[in-house]
Write a protein of this length. Structure first.
Length: 101
């Protein structure tokens, strides 16, 4: 329980920095005329990765390596699912650049 508590306290101290990073990325995306839907999706993917890693590390600390592996797998599947629209746009863009297609 101490590990979970300390991890949550550290996260709470870092929320302001995370918020500033998210706002900075959004400003850069607006200046570059990038669709904010893609930026939001990427930020969600990053959030899933951090949360899955945090959960996996807590379960590893508790001696539950098998559960940690399942948490990591679940995080990877969620990331892949969320990345499909972005991958589709990238593939369509590349195919559009190829002459004769």
């Amino acid at each position: 329980m101490l590990v979970v508590f300390v991890g949550c306290v550290i996260f709470l101290f870092l929320i302001d920095q995370v918020y500033e990073i998210v706002r900075m990325v959004e400003r850069i995306a607006l200046n570059a005329n990038v669709n904010l839907i893609y930026v939001e999706t990427i930020l969600k993917i990053i959030g899933i990765a951090y949360i899955a890693e945090f959960g996996a590390q807590i379960t590893k600390d508790a001696g539950q390596g098998a559960i940690a592996s399942k948490i990591e797998l679940g995080g990877k599947i969620l990331i892949l699912t969320m990345a499909i629209p972005i991958l589709t746009v990238i593939i369509e863009t590349v195919l559009g650049m190829i002459p004769g297609t």
